[in-house]
Ligand binder design. Structure first.
Ligand code: Q46
Ligand code: ZN
Ligand code: ZN
Length: 305
């Protein structure tokens, strides 16, 4: 297999794009694709400040790397969830984020330590509030709150996350299986700040396959944590990913087509009636972040003992 650009040996063949590229041209192609999504969906401009949520994993570090390469003012945000699971998961992923930042003096890493700030780790809050249940719903709630807060406190214009196409498609698939219109309405490459108290959110990798971000981190020699969070095991999203990967294998391009067709259908008014009936948001009496709850938001209720 030869590189389509220069004819040397290709390192990566993307069946879904019918495109094979050498290492050098692959890296350029990947950065271009991210830049294209940023422009196409008006995610942010070069004069805006970006806070990249980094987990220490490959997608988020690749995103931070790409944004710096494109010349954006991009700082990282690492949220320490206090997850150990016998693997020192949080401690090790934090080290990866710090290691990445240490090699790039032009970028800052903001760290929010949840156990230090709120007195309990994610598994501890989940145990107290949800009994033996998987901590992911509590974790998602806390991460969203901490990201918004860090973006607003630091004066960032936008919060960028490393969600890739596989993540987006698995979420979409799950939401379609249950026709969760509220979630489908909010699934977008970029969500506007819509009001004070919520930062704009952007996903520059939403059109890039997970395999593609993996190849990029490898070729750019980015050191990331190769472990998954110990609580991810058995998650429905993993089963959806496996199903979708099977469909993609049989028919390359299925994931991208599913995602882009969804965005197009929405733009053409698929959920117009529901868009007009979006519930009102009001500031939480405790923390000021926007919520649909009447007084205190779900995040603040977590800490009431
Ligand atoms: S970090 Fe948190 Fe994930 Fe771990 S506890 Fe669940 S939600 S699996 S992305
Ligand atoms: Zn080439
Ligand atoms: Zn609150």
């Amino acid at each position: 297999m030869r590189c389509r650009k220069c004819g040397t040996i290709a390192v990566f063949n993307m069946r879904h794009h019918k495109l094979a590229l050498c290492a050098e041209h692959y890296v350029d192609w990947f950065v271009d694709r991210a830049a294209y999504a940023i422009r196409k969906y008006n995610m942010f401009t070069p004069d805006e400040r970006i806070l990249v949520a980094v987990s220490g994993g490959k997608d988020s570090l690749a995103l931070w790397d790409v944004l710096l390469q494109l010349g954006y003012q991009a700082d990282g945000l690492y949220i320490d969830l206090g997850i150990d699971g016998g693997l020192a998961y949080s401690a090790r992923s934090r080290e990866k984020a710090q290691g990445f930042a240490a090699q790039r003096p032009e970028a800052q890493l903001v760290i929010v330590d949840i156990p230090e700030r709120y007195g309990e780790s994610i598994p501890e809050v989940a145990q107290r509030k949800r009994g033996g249940q998987r901590p992911c719903s509590v974790c998602g709630l806390i991460k969203r709150h901490a990201m918004n807060r860090a973006a607003l406190e630091g004066g960032y214009n936008v919060l960028a996350t490393g969600h890739n196409l596989d993540d987006e498609v698995a979420t979409l698939f799950g939401n379609v299986l249950r026709w969760q219109i509220g979630y489908l309405l909010r699934q977008e490459p970029v969500l506007p700040a819509d009001a004070e108290g919520l930062a704009r959110k952007a996903k520059p990798f939403c059109r890039l396959y997970e395999q593609e971000t993996a190849a990029y981190t490898l070729l750019r020699d980015i050191d990331y944590i190769d472990l998954e969070c110990p609580f991810v095991e058995g998650a429905t999203s993993l089963r959806h990913k496996a199903t979708l990967t099977q469909l993609e294998h049989n028919s390359p391009g299925t994931k991208l087509h599913f995602y882009l067709s969804f965005l197009k259908a929405k733009q053409e008014g698929l959920f117009r009636a529901q868009e007009e009936a979006v519930p009102d948001l009001r500031p939480c009496e405790e923390c000021g972040q926007l919520t649909t709850a009447p007084e205190v938001c779900a995040f603040c209720r977590l800490w009431v003992r």
